[in-house]
Design a protein around this ligand. Structure first.
Ligand SMILES: [Zn+2]
Length: 292
């Protein structure tokens, strides 16, 4: 009985793993998540755009593209400083997975509270506007955009590529959420572990509790920090080579650009706490970049 149960649970785990890691196109529409306890945060795309436009005159908003779905266009915005004076560029990606809304909702507050001279802060949000509208991980055609940074079949991944090529950022932060109970960060190989430890401390000081395991069950030491070890690096290379799938972290790694992917807990009922972690992380990265 126990053996049968654990076989069933292994099968369920493998099925979930395959769903999230072995397919770029999981559905043919922006399906909603029903298995992993996602607590929905309200998102109104018109109110979001209005909040971005209120950042003027310090920051400007451009529409990078519109993706049609359900009889209406959904805009991908880019926010950047009106002034061009800066030494370093920090690029933020919000809402690559549209249902991970805390990382989208944080964008206006990130810019309102931004106060780091010499840093050019640029954000693309929502990277997946149809998913954000439909509360889906996937885009209008059912693609997981964060698996499309090898083939660039989706408009959304192409938009991110265009911005990265234009801005040539010194550091990228991608804002995500996940089903684990606490927050942690995936690092690519170009993020220094001591820096990541300070970043984790910064979000903890803002009230985030740091995960001691990632959602694959790996122990995180220090808590909240999931570096790309050599095993994961090779596995990810294999994944990219065999399946032509690549995340933003690995794609930035190929370009020697440090990238941090934040994963706050989408099970958390506290909207402000979820959003706070994203604001605090970006603020801390900007401060670190400004100090070097
Ligand atoms: Zn995600």
């Amino acid at each position: 009985m126990i053996a049968a149960m654990s076989m069933n649970s292994i099968a369920a785990d493998l099925r979930l793993f395959a769903k999230y890691h072995l397919k770029r196109r999981v559905f043919d529409y922006p399906a909603r998540e029903t298995e992993l306890g996602l607590v929905e945060l309200d998102f109104d795309s018109d109110a979001f755009e209005a909040e971005l436009r209120d950042l003027a005159p310090r920051f400007q908003v451009e529409t990078l593209g519109r993706v049609d779905y359900g009889g209406r266009p959904h805009a991908i915005h880019c926010v950047s400083p009106a002034s061009t004076e800066s030494r370093k560029t920090l690029l933020i990606l919000g809402g690559v997975h549209g249902n991970e809304r805390a990382g989208i909702l944080a964008i206006p507050e990130i810019f309102r509270s931004f106060d780091q001279p010499g840093i050019r802060l640029v954000a693309v949000a929502p990277v997946n506007p149809v998913g954000a509208f439909e509360l889906s991980r996937y885009n209008g055609d059912g693609f997981d955009i964060n698996r499309d940074f090898a083939r660039f079949d989706t408009r959304e991944a192409c938009v991110v590529r265009e911005v990265l090529e234009r801005e040539r950022p010194d550091f990228v932060v991608s804002l995500h959420e996940g089903p684990q109970d606490d927050s942690f960060m995936f690092l690519n190989r170009f993020v220094d572990l001591a820096l990541a430890t300070r970043l984790a401390k910064a979000i903890e000081e803002g009230g985030a509790s740091l995960a001691r395991r990632d959602y694959f069950g790996r122990v995180l030491d220090p808590p909240g920090v999931a570096p790309m070890g050599i095993g994961i690096f090779l596995l990810t290379k294999l994944w990219a080579g065999a399946l032509q799938m690549k995340s933003t972290g690995m794609w930035c790694d190929d370009r020697a650009i440090p990238e941090v992917t934040l994963e706050s807990s989408w099970r958390n009922q506290d909207r402000d706490a979820r959003v706070r972690a994203h604001v605090d992380l970006v603020t801390a990265v900007a401060r670190e970049l400004g100090a070097t």
